[in-house]
Ligand binder design. Structure first.
Ligand code: SF4
Length: 713
């Protein structure tokens, strides 16, 4: 970057995926970036389709985080700084010896939705194609795995049907388990602006908690935690008796309606039954159902409140069923829209970054797909079946079945359920390798080998946001001298393992071309993800690549705004599938000893485990310590005072947090944010309290429903 140039990149934070223009900041200001040599100014990219020039407070502060404070600067083995060659050999030798002695499934990678697609691609290829195991999972498992399985059950593919602009064309938006005002601020602001422009537009928020998103809501349904499937099964039952039912669409383009409706009517056939089960008023529920019946253009925008559940897949299918019953999909202003948390959760899925995927949206359930990927990679030791999902993977580390694990750009000692057990498992593991840009995280503390990684602004690649838009992240500054791109680190380990001819990458562009080629490899149209038109792009074309929505096809050479416009689905019959839903209660009910339900989530101005956002005083000013949100009646009953400390605990652990008394909190439930690490609050890691149970289909943990007790500290 020169003194005057502007570089377009993408925000490092949430799945909205806002475009940014970065330029040098010549004027003096309060933060000094001595090592990097200059400071940067960040503004929203006017032409990026996610944000059209806008940024939220996190994004607009990103320029204040590009110093080298706290960065990991050198490779280290057992606490000693070593050469790259030595660190790479240590890892390659250990992985080789573990595989030789105990088999391929004794090693694992745990990666991140923060990784760029190119990094993700190399990780997936190395472990699935050449180490012989699919033991690669990602922190995206904690974020959107249930939505993925929901889409696949309904559409035969992991396809987000909508575009952000559908939100501005809708007559009714139903936020389900989403505090978009804080977690996806620019999407929320786009909706809020449209609501100001068209006050008749209806907004409903389905959430046990009254969040900031309710500020624009016409109706807030503070349902009993865990009853979302009841609510949408009930909606399906009501739709079946209404003029909104689109029998023509159902007959022509779907299968399974009769079973789904029978189940819904049997269990949730009357509004009174649903109101009772969801603990809502009949009046509010009737209002919601009537608005759905009356407004054809409806988008359901759902997120972690749906996904982070032991029945998250069923919940997402209960929502999708209602869209299929009304034919509200594949058209302007409508569709079931899962919005992902991380900047590249979707890009990771495209290259197969989950333990139960292959690559390019192929799966292990078809032998011909395994063979196809193996032939494309010329793989010598191709994995043949699904690997372990996150919870099971760390259990296998604890059981010493996994003896070497490589963790990339994520902090599971803070973010995994039962986080103290994860910490102990890693402490006892034979080899823990961590690639990270920061030296001191809760997870680097338990590592044997550390690889210093380049981070946002220092390396090139691409990311995919929540509406399938692929955007470039571009390098605009030099990173620390001895840090390296993640794809480079993995490539060098591959070389040490004797795989140099299979990992001949000189740049991110080389990897992107291969990824694009695989997406089209023997793709007869049965796979949704296809960007193979880009497989021969030049370095210059990659460098200047503009945002587009996949798939790219001969007739949609600039991308595909909306999926399923042709009513073709990627199922064997080509028809969308209704899924009959029997709502299930969360795995762990409250008890006399642990009478409160712990709900976890984000605060507005922090990101994940705070490694970047904690550098910014402005962001810390919003919330500078962990808190527990309590309903006033619960505070009185438990002698809790506003602003004083409370201990929240269960059999797994203890969290100490500042009490905030809030009428928007549902009685009997508590909310504690996810961000705090031991570095910032000694007892602030809320995931030590989260039960390690997940949805049996998606493996996504139930992070919204752990029984706890609370008392003054
Ligand atoms: Fe970044 Fe998300 Fe904010 Fe956009 S909404 S600026 S992607 S954090």
């Amino acid at each position: 970057m020169t003194e005057t140039s502007t570089i377009q990149t993408t925000c490092p934070y949430c799945g909205v995926g806002c475009g940014m223009d970065i330029s040098p900041k010549p004027e003096k200001n309060s933060r000094s970036n001595k090592l990097a040599g200059f400071e940067v100014k960040v503004i929203g990219s006017e032409f990026h389709p996610a944000n059209f020039g806008k940024l939220c407070v996190k994004g607009s502060s990103a320029g204040e985080t590009v110093d080298f404070d706290g960065r990991m600067l050198n490779p280290q083995v057992n606490g000693e700084v070593v050469s790259w060659d030595s660190a790479l050999s240590t890892v390659a030798d250990k992985f080789r010896s573990v595989i030789d002695e105990h088999g391929s499934d004794a090693v694992a990678f745990y990666v991140s939705g923060q990784l760029l697609t190119e990094d993700y691609y190399v990780a997936n290829k190395l472990i699935k194609g050449f180490l012989g195991t699919a033991n690669i999972d990602t922190n995206s498992r904690l974020c959107m795995a249930s939505a993925v399985v929901g889409y696949k059950r309904a559409f035969g593919s992991d396809t987000v049907p909508c575009s952000y602009e559908d939100l501005e064309q809708a007559e009714l938006i139903v936020f389900v388990g989403s505090n978009a005002a804080w977690a996806h601020p620019i999407v929320y602001q786009r909706i809020a602006a449209e609501k100001r422009r068209r006050p008749d537009m209806k907004i409903v928020v389905v959430d046990p908690r009254k969040t900031a998103t309710c500020d624009i809501a016409d109706l807030h349904l503070n349902l009993k935690p865990g009853t979302d499937a009841v609510l949408f099964n009930g909606l399906l039952a009501q739709l079946s008796k209404s003029p909104a039912l689109n029998q023509g669409y159902i007959n022509a383009h779907t299968e399974g309606f009769a079973d789904a409706i029978a189940k819904a009517v049997e269990r949730q056939g009357t509004i009174e039954k649903v109101a009772e089960q969801c603990e809502l008023s009949v009046e509010d529920l009737s209002q919601f159902y009537n608005w759905v019946i009356e407004n054809d253009k409806m988008v359901s925008l759902y997120s972690q409140g749906v996904n982070q559940s032991s029945s998250g897949v069923d919940k997402s299918n209960a929502i999708i069923n209602c869209h299929l019953a009304t034919g509200r999909i594949g058209k302007e202003g409508m569709g079931p829209f899962s919005i992902t948390g991380q900047p590249n959760a979707m890009g990771g899925r495209e290259v197969g970054g989950l333990a139960n995927q292959l690559a390019a949206h192929m799966d292990f359930n078809k032998p011909e797909s395994i063979d196809k990927v193996a032939r494309f990679w010329k793989a010598e030791n191709m994995a043949q079946e699904n690997g372990l999902k996150a919870i099971d993977m760390f259990n296998a580390v604890a059981d010493k079945k996994i003896k070497a694990i490589w963790i990339m750009n994520t902090n599971p000692v803070v973010s995994m359920p039962d986080a103290d057990a994860v910490k102990k498992a890693l402490q006892d593991c034979e080899m823990v390798v961590v690639s990270d840009c920061m030296q001191n995280t809760d997870t680097t503390q338990v590592a044997d080998v550390l690889f210093p990684a380049l981070t946002w602004g220092e390396t090139d690649g691409s990311v995919t946001n929540s509406d399938r838009t692929i955007s470039r992240q571009r390098k605009f500054m030099q990173g620390p001298e001895n840090a390296r791109a993640d794809w480079w680190i993995m490539t060098q380990v591959a070389h040490k393992l004797g795989l140099a001819d299979k990992f001949q990458y000189e740049s991110a562009a080389d990897i992107f071309r291969e990824h694009a080629a695989l997406s089209g490899f023997e793709n007869d149209g049965s796979r949704d993800f296809d960007i193979s038109l880009l497989e021969n792009m030049t370095d210059g074309e990659y460098s200047s690549m503009q945002p587009f929505q996949w798939p790219l096809t001969a007739d949609k050479r600039h991308g595909t705004k909306r999926m399923f416009e042709d009513n073709y689905f990627f199922t064997p019959s080509g028809k969308a599938q209704f899924i009959a839903i029997t709502p299930k209660a969360p795995v762990h009910p409250t008890t006399k000893e642990y009478p409160f339900i712990l709900n976890t989530g984000r605060v507005r101005d922090q990101w994940h485990t705070m490694t970047r956002t904690a550098k910014t005083a402005k962001l810390m000013a919003h919330t500078d310590e962990p808190y527990v949100m309590v309903h006033p009646a619960d505070a009185t009953d438990n002698k809790l005072m506003e602003g004083e400390l409370a201990k929240v605990e269960n059999e797994l652990g203890l969290v100490i947090a500042r009490v905030r008394i809030d009428r928007g909190q549902r009685k009997g439930s508590l909310f504690v944010p996810i961000h705090w690490t031991a570095q910032y609050a000694s007892h602030g890691r809320v995931d030590v309290l989260v039960q390690p149970v997940g949805d049996p289909l998606s493996g996504q943990p139930e992070s919204k429903h752990s029984p706890v007790k609370i008392a003054p500290y």
